[in-house]
Design a binder for this molecule. Structure first.
Ligand SMILES: Nc1ncnc2c1ncn2[C@@H]1O[C@H](COP(=O)(O)OP(=O)(O)OP(=O)(O)O)[C@@H](O)[C@H]1O
Ligand SMILES: [Mg+2]
Length: 267
């Protein structure tokens, strides 16, 4: 596959500044985000890594507009955002397909929400199902698909809207190791082929190193980004080569010690 995406080109597509979010419950007050800044470059693959509860999902939800921040701003291509952005798409950790709809109609959901007519959305949904290798399952109900295939439909649903930025929250977290590795390779190929910008949340340091141009390291209580590391490894990458690459080993050990120095460990 041609690698039309040579990684980040230095221009920010998405900018988050001074993001703050505190949750108040009867039992406790949690500072989920404490003045978080993040600049995402056009075409880059950036991962957010950190221990459970450090605010990764909260940041991703705020970026998409699913959650409202207490303070802070976000801009896409320099334009300030408010509310849910139509230019971004979100892949959830939970595989949340609608059981009563076919695979094709699930893949078309975001297009329907954006008001596209049935013919066009079916065509577009079919196109993305082909990209993820599921065209022959278009008329099937989701429950007849494996977990990995269902998450592919989740990816297809997000790709269908041709988002400027794709937000992925631990999308492979529930999958077995083999399926997870296969999907990591697929998403790396799709990212390269489509020239997408991806913000990807994961607990898995190796997954982050394999996929990313940069990795933002979080620490909890209060949730914040404490370091952003560059992943200076050639592309396209092979998962097994990357694992054994001296630079990757060095990076892994740096990330692990950074995270250990915080209050928690990645799972
Ligand atoms: N709706 C909510 N109400 C109260 N507290 C919340 C809410 N959402 C998140 N929190 C708290 O905010 C903190 C950050 O949560 P968040 O889900 O962003 O963490 P995370 O880094 O995504 O964790 P994980 O890796 O386990 O998914 C946690 O302490 C969590 O308990
Ligand atoms: Mg989370």
């Amino acid at each position: 596959m041609d690698n039309v995406n040579s990684g980040r080109d230095g221009r920010p597509i998405l900018e988050v500044k001074g993001m703050c979010k505190t949750f108040f419950t009867k039992e406790r007050t949690v500072v989920a985000l404490d003045h978080v800044d993040l600049s995402v470059h056009t075409g880059e693959f950036i991962s957010l890594v950190g221990p459970s509860g450090c605010g990764k999902t909260t940041l991703l939800r705020i970026i998409d507009g699913l959650e409202q921040a207490d303070a802070g701003t976000r801009t896409l291509e320099g334009v300030p955002l408010s509310g849910i952005s139509q230019d971004m798409a979100y892949v959830f950790q939970d595989i949340n397909l609608l059981p009563w709809r076919s695979v094709l109609d699930n893949a078309a959901l975001g297009l329907e929400a954006r008001g596209m007519n049935k013919k066009d959305r079916s065509e577009r949904a079919m196109e993305v199902l082909e990209m993820v290798g599921l065209a022959s399952f278009a008329t099937s109900p989701p429950y007849t698909l494996s977990g990995g295939m269902q998450q592919r439909v989740g990816v297809a649903r997000a790709l269908a809207v041709r988002p400027k930025v794709l937000l992925m929250d631990e999308p492979f977290g529930q999958l077995d190791n083999f399926t997870r590795e296969a999907l990591q390779v697929e998403i790396a190929q799709l990212w390269a082929k489509l020239g997408m910008t991806i913000v990807f949340v994961t607990h898995d340091v190796d997954e982050a190193i394999f996929l990313s141009d940069r990795i933002a390291l979080f620490q909890p209580a209060p949730g914040r980004i404490t370091e952003i590391v560059e992943v200076d490894l050639p592309r396209p990458r092979d998962e097994y080569d990357v694992r054994a690459h001296p630079k990757a080993l060095e990076l892994r050990s740096h990330i692990m010690s950074h995270l250990r120095a915080g209050k928690g460990m990645p799972e």
